[in-house]
Design a protein around this ligand. Structure first.
Ligand SMILES: Nc1ncnc2c1ncn2[C@@H]1O[C@H](COP(=O)(O)OP(=O)(O)OP(=O)(O)O)[C@@H](O)[C@H]1O
Length: 609
């Protein structure tokens, strides 16, 4: 379908390498989207699957959209299967709710997580047909290299918004395939199907009396008619066709007295149809639609077209934790470094009741003790003399209405623990400098690699705070203990290797599966990235380079006692810190460890451990 792929290539070079606007080289909606995506900064490289139970819940929430879309999806399924594409329907947040189409394309779509439960908003995936439609609010195509992220470059997608009667996007319908397979009619097809879904959705859900109208009498009663819902003499909903027939927009029309729009004679309209003379002098044929009724929900929601993947402990833990957090209970996530505690917290936010509020993450080990108080609780104008004279609200207040994530909570100094406890008890924050207390409302997620009950027993952590933050505990398993380890390794490899079309040999998979992974998923991702970087395009990774770690089951030699290892790590960090002039980021890079490990070391040094 795309002609001029090289133009896109040139546009990419202009934009990504030279920082120049790609105007005229790609369609204007692509330019606008690239600009938005660049200003948002980097996005996660990997897609973390949504728990199956949560996908089911999303589908239940969107059941009227799905019921109304089902006839169109069934219609598109055949077209998609014949052309080697898939058709998907998403909710208003860009989460894919259902997919149908070519079984041949599904595994390829899977590589980039184009599947139910995945988030295809622009914020998550950069420029793509679904996410860009949600922002541009019109049907459009995104072809090959027009995708913001390189690894989506093998896709060609055409999508159209589905509007409800108030002009909100209720969902997005999308056709996706490889550029050579998506035909020239795809955009017209999704646009037409989206209109039909809107028509059905409006008839099924509009309040009041629904009027149908068109300039041509023969189109009355078809999905190409205009619809207007009237309640208490005012317009409460309209479909897009109705707006264009009347020359209105949702903003100009909703809430208006119906006489203003349709003229005095509107009340004479009957079900058989009547000629209506508008205040503008134009005439339309109008009738009354059968009374609105709630959409039938007896049809069971469609299940995802493939069997559920091997049980992912992350998924199971997440589904329960979301419910607990949504009930206002603080969640404490524990697990080894790199096990995915922060990813878990982000997903709790993303899938919980506060998903539209902020996600504010504070790494308690990364903040110098002198700054942590101001950073968390904020300060009033004049609380400090010198550089920053204006006040700051503090991270706790920034989290209002959202989720506050306190990472490495075990490293929080005792004085700060006391203040935090007071905030959690009173739900009020008092900024430094004696300002007035401000009420805050957030859901709390904390994480730690420490044994908090032991710290509490030793007096290094307040036990009353421990009870407050650990309303519900989630212990993330280490990678070596995960039953789905092989599947996870393969999935991460496939995602990272997709742009290079690499395969992973069974021997390499066995080798990865046997490794003890003390650095958990973080170490696995680094290892896979290195393997992918070293392999030739289109080849097979036969062996991977692994750092030698003593396997946990190995009889450990006496010198490798954990304490001695801990000391060795501390010495290595100290040496690297010295060599890097105390710069944490450089130190972490030199040692190939995460910055938070260095910060944690510094925090322990501060506390004299
Ligand atoms: N289930 C997952 N799928 C994909 N990537 C993951 C998953 N879990 C973790 N990761 C990746 O592994 C890395 C480490 O994850 P994260 O920072 O959440 O771990 P952590 O337990 O908070 O580590 P630390 O205690 O060292 O801060 C990140 O790059 C993250 O993107």
């Amino acid at each position: 379908m795309p002609s001029g792929l090289s133009r896109v290539q040139q546009a990419r070079e202009r934009f990504f390498d030279e920082g120049r606007a790609p105007d005229g080289w790609v369609p204007p909606h692509i330019t606008r989207s690239w600009m938005r995506c660049r200003s948002q900064g980097p996005r996660p490289e990997l897609w973390v699957p949504m728990a199956t139970a949560l996908v089911r819940e999303r589908r239940h929430e969107a059941r009227s959209l799905l019921d109304c879309a089902m006839p169109e999806l069934d219609g598109l399924a055949q077209h998609a299967a014949d052309t080697g594409c898939i058709a998907v329907i998403c909710g208003p947040d860009g989460i894919i709710l259902d997919e149908v189409g070519s079984t041949e394309f599904v595994p390829k779509a899977d590589r980039v997580a184009l599947r139910p439960g995945a988030d295809w908003s622009e914020g998550a995936r950069g420029t793509n047909a679904i996410g860009t439609v949600l922002i541009e609010r019109e049907a459009l195509a995104v072809l090959g290299g027009e995708h913001f992220l390189d690894h989506n470059g093998f896709l060609a997608c055409a999508a159209a918004p589905v509007f409800d009667g108030a002009g909100h996007v209720a969902g997005v319908l999308d056709l996706s395939g490889e550029p050579s397979r998506l035909d020239a009619h795809a955009l017209g097809l999704v646009r037409l199907a989206a209109r039909q879904i809107e028509h059905r959705l409006m008839l099924a859900s509009a309040r009041g009396q629904v009027l149908r109208f068109h300039a041509k009498a023969g189109l009355l009663g078809t999905p190409r008619e205009g619809l207007l819902a009237v309640e208490d003499g005012r317009v409460v909903a309209a479909n897009g066709i109705g707006l264009s027939l009347l020359g209105e927009t949702w903003d100009s029309l909703l809430g208006q007295p119906v006489e203003r729009v349709l003229g005095r004679t509107w009340s004479r309209i009957d079900p058989r149809g009547e000629v209506l003379v508008l205040p503008s002098g134009a005439s339309l044929v109008a009738g009354i639609a059968p009374s609105a009724r709630p959409v039938a929900v007896s049809v069971p929601a469609r299940e995802a077209p493939r069997p559920a993947p091997v049980a992912d402990p992350f998924d199971t833990l997440l589904a329960v934790a979301v419910r607990v957090l949504d009930a206002g209970v603080p969640v404490l996530v524990t697990g080894e470094t790199g096990a995915g505690k922060e990813v878990f917290a982000q997903r709790l936010h993303h899938e919980g009741r506060r998903r539209h509020g902020p996600f504010v993450a504070v790494n308690c080990a990364a903040l110098p003790e002198t700054l942590i108080e101001a950073e968390l609780f904020g300060y009033d104008d004049g609380a400090f003399t010198g550089a920053r004279r204006r006040g700051a609200p503090g991270r706790l207040r920034e989290a209002d209405g959202g989720v506050l994530f306190l990472d490495e909570i075990g490293d929080m100094p005792l004085a700060m623990q006391t203040r935090l406890l007071r905030v959690l008890e009173t739900r009020e924050v008092t900024p430094l400098g004696g300002g007035k207390p401000v009420t805050v409302d957030f859901d709390l997620v904390c994480a730690t690699h420490c044994d908090l009950p032991r710290l509490a027993a030793e007096g290094a952590f307040r036990s009353d705070l421990l009870y407050r933050i650990a309303g519900y505990g989630v212990a993330l398993p280490a990678l070596r203990d995960r039953p789905d380890r092989r599947g996870l390794i393969r999935k991460l490899f496939d995602t990272l290797a997709a742009p290079r079309r690499l395969a992973l040999s069974d021997e390499a998979l066995d080798q990865l599966d046997r490794h003890p992974w003390p650095g958990n998923v973080r170490e696995l991702i680094h290892t896979l990235k290195t393997a992918v970087a070293l392999a030739p395009d289109g080849g097979t990774v036969e062996r991977v380079q692994l750092v030698a770690h003593p396997a946990p089951a190995d009889p450990a030699p006496p010198v490798a006692a954990p304490v001695a290892l801990g000391d060795l790590t501390a010495q290595a960090i100290e040496r690297a810190l010295q060599a890097c002039g105390g710069r944490v980021a450089d130190t972490a890079r030199q040692l190939g460890i995460h910055r938070s490990t260095v910060y944690r070391h510094l925090a322990q040094r501060r506390r004299g451990h």
